[in-house]
Design a protein around this ligand. Sequence first.
Ligand code: NAP
Length: 356
Amino acid sequence: MSETTSGAMGGPRHGARRLVVFGVTGQLGRELVERLDESEWPISELVGIASAESVGETFDFRGDDLDVVGEWPVLKGWDLVFICTRGLEVLEIVRECLRAQVPCLDLTGALSAQVEVPLPTALGEAGRADDAIASAPLIALPSATTLAWATLLEAIAGAAEIRRVIGTVLSSASALGRRGLVALSEESIALFNQADPPDAGPAGQGVAFDVVPGGGIDPTRIRLELERLFGESLRVDVAGLQVPTFVGEGTSLVIELGSPLEAALLESRLAAADGLSLVADGIGSRGLAAVEEGVAAPTGPTLRDAAGVDEVLVGRIEPDPSLSEGRGWRIWLATDPIRLTADHALRVAGRRLGLA
Ligand SMILES: NC(=O)c1ccc[n+]([C@@H]2O[C@H](COP(=O)([O-])OP(=O)(O)OC[C@H]3O[C@@H](n4cnc5c(N)ncnc54)[C@H](OP(=O)(O)O)[C@@H]3O)[C@@H](O)[C@H]2O)c1
């Protein structure tokens, strides 16, 4: 560790916050810095940390070009640490935060199974997670998949008992980080040019124009997080597929209820829920249109529809014919997992810092 605070801007200002972002050069770190930039929070210092390979790079924050730092600053005295890295060092960062008594928001999933660490989802009107967020030394953010599913399930849970949830998650290359995007891009170019394929990326195998079963997400993490949030009586099954798209995540979710729920009531609850946006049947795909006259317009919401959107797009609400009427529903969700996670992190951080 060094005393360096390069990457900091301005000097200390009374009441202004000093923040640390681990993983600042990654997809999530960048998105988070953008959200912080847009916030009107008083921030006097921001340090962005990445691996040694990124030293020499810079990032923009409120008009200042800040250095990416390879060595950790002394954490004591900072107001909040965000962890957005990949790799094995997460628990070391967590231990250092505890030693320095700096609150830490983990966005990597490393702490999700620890029941003493709060796992806030949507911070509804009641703000029921507020007490824990205000005082806990560590806060874990659920995975983007859990965030999306939990927002939907919370909206339904008030109207009917949810017995079982079975989801198939379609993840894009960005689920495996910046290197995942580079791999899909380089492999696609090689395929178009009929050139030799490049070395495999983080998926450990070729991904261009292929579907990788079991890829993209961590089903165990999602199951554990949902059990923590909804109790062990909720039965959950999750399967993952990596599909050859660059961004976004889709889920085909089947929900089994303890009692019948009418379509109209289900739709009205979903339409009224914070964080969900119901996409009606019909043209749903932003920028896409039927290519031939007389051919049905494409329906959404697609993963492209969700890019850059901070809500969970919900569509294609269909009865599950294998269950009695109203007891089973199949619902499609499309999200921008990075945007969803960064926005949620900002909401939680705002509460912790007393700024939102
Ligand atoms: N991608 C998603 O959809 C998504 C959504 C929600 C949560 N998350 C979670 O967020 C985390 C980051 O995901 P991402 O997609 O942003 O990954 P990413 O693009 O691969 O970025 C990883 C970041 O971690 C940094 N890093 C790696 N090793 C490090 C080390 N030893 N010390 C300090 N920094 C190090 C990288 O720095 P270099 O650039 O120098 O390598 C980079 O800044 C993961 O834990 C992921 O599970 C991802």
